[in-house]
Design a protein around this ligand. Structure first.
Ligand SMILES: Cc1cc2nc3c(=O)[nH]c(=O)nc-3n(C[C@H](O)[C@H](O)[C@H](O)COP(=O)(O)OP(=O)(O)OC[C@H]3O[C@@H](n4cnc5c(N)ncnc54)[C@H](O)[C@@H]3O)c2cc1C
Length: 236
């Protein structure tokens, strides 16, 4: 299958870099086609602004999502956005490799979502979540943390990693776009212990060999919600 790795870490020798390199070599060995968007190496522009469009519907007042829709229709995104969108269309599976920064992702990756996950391309008023523009594709987060696993348990200081930290990405970005997110791969505090790092690299190798069989995170489809965006009683 075609695998896109969107990688966001400023240091190539980091543990995130090691996980990304491992994914490239293992997936290639397994016969998959692999593409990497190395956002720092690409100096990817993280800020969404008027420069993202080659021609504007309204030159006087920037309504970013309206211009995104216009750019989809007129094929007039800036080249860097168009390149990333083409990679997404090409991909069957997308891996996002990044460290948790401020309970979320590095700004360069958030900017990638702001700019590439465009209105009209990823979603419309009618088509989002289970009918989003990237339907048919799967995605996985591979993240590293600075605080230990205990902090991310349901009663932990940082909050449940699945429900409070990664939910806005898995549900709000990946599932919103029509992708099916699979269970994330988490390397807890890799900066602490060399033996644990080796263990994570070995475990990640196993994960990469079984990507296709990984369980999907189950979310409610759009029609389980009523007109007020509330879960219908029968699905609660
Ligand atoms: C702005 C900012 C905000 C942050 N916010 C949070 C937060 O909200 N929550 C949280 O939990 N953490 C937070 N952190 C911490 C951050 O998540 C961790 O520092 C990060 O996840 C560690 O991953 P890394 O790739 O940067 O590790 P690195 O420090 O780069 O790597 C760890 C070690 O792995 C070694 N290594 C590299 N390659 C290999 C290899 N092949 N084999 C074995 N060892 C190798 C490196 O040499 C290094 O010694 C934050 C950090 C920053 C900078």
């Amino acid at each position: 299958m075609n695998v896109l790795i969107v990688y966001a870490h400023p240091e190539p020798q980091s543990f995130n870099g090691a996980l990304k390199d491992l994914a490239v070599s293992e997936l290639t060995k397994l016969g998959h086609q692999v593409e990497v968007s190395d956002l720092y190496a690409m100096n990817f522009k993280a800020v969404a602004d008027g420069g993202d469009f080659q021609q504007r519907q309204d030159e006087h007042f920037l309504k970013y999502a309206v211009e995104q829709k216009h750019a989809v229709k007129t094929e007039s995104f800036s080249r860097d956005i168009e390149d990333e969108q083409e990679k997404l269309v090409w991909a069957d599976f997308v891996i996002f490799q990044f460290p948790i920064w401020w309970y979320s992702m590095p700004a360069i990756l958030k900017g990638w979502f702001d700019r590439v996950y465009a209105s009209g391309f990823i979603y419309t008023r009618e088509n989002r979540y289970d009918s989003g523009g990237l339907k048919g594709r799967k995605a996985m987060l591979s993240v590293t943390t600075g605080t230990p696993k205990g902090a991310y348990m349901p009663n932990g200081m940082d909050g449940d990693i699945h429900e409070k930290i990664l939910y806005h990405i898995n549900h709000g970005m990946l599932y919103f776009s029509g992708m099916q997110p699979v269970e994330p791969f988490i390397s807890w505090t890799p900066s602490h212990d060399e033996d644990e790092r080796k263990m994570y690299l070995e475990a990640y190798k196993q994960r990469l060999h079984t990507l296709v069989e990984q369980p999907i995170i189950s979310y409610h489809p759009k029609d389980h919600y009523d007109e007020n965006h509330q879960l219908k009683k029968e699905y609660q």
